[in-house]
Design a protein around this ligand. Structure first.
Ligand SMILES: [Zn+2]
Ligand SMILES: [Zn+2]
Length: 134
């Protein structure tokens, strides 16, 4: 059996460093990095929240920025699991919405910067889908 060590090393490193996106749709919204970090309204450039890179499996976000712009984001990964609907509320620690099962921080929405929002986010570690509406 022939093993391509060089190729294998590259794949190994890539797996640790980055996840492969399946869907990425951003409307009037910018993300600081490929699939996480600060989120900005693309119309007024204000930051409206922060998405934790490694703890979510799928995010669906809709919001109305204070400037009047409607933003949307949809992100998921090649290796995302389907997720399970649940009625549990997200846990708020400081200004972060966290999974109430494992305390994993998932997303922050800066309440003062948006008029309203609708979040649907899947926790990567337990697979629960949480919803939050303002
Ligand atoms: Zn705005
Ligand atoms: Zn969880």
């Amino acid at each position: 059996m022939k093993i391509d060590l060089k190729n294998d090393n590259i794949k190994g490193k890539y797996k640790i460093m980055a996840r492969i996106l399946k869907n990425k749709e951003l409307v009037n919204t910018k993300l600081a990095t490929n699939y996480g970090g600060w989120m900005y309204c693309d119309t007024c450039n204000e930051n409206i929240g922060y998405l934790c890179y490694s703890t979510y499996d799928c995010l669906e976000l809709k919001y109305k920025c204070n400037c009047g712009s409607h933003g949307r984001a949809l992100l998921n990964f090649e290796d995302s699991k389907t997720g399970r609907n649940c009625n549990d509320a997200l846990l708020t620690i400081k200004n972060r919405f966290c999974c109430p099962k494992d305390n994993d921080p998932l997303i922050t929405i800066l309440d003062k910067k948006v008029t309203n929002y609708e979040i649907k986010i899947t926790c990567k570690s337990c697979g629960n889908i949480y919803k939050k509406v303002k």
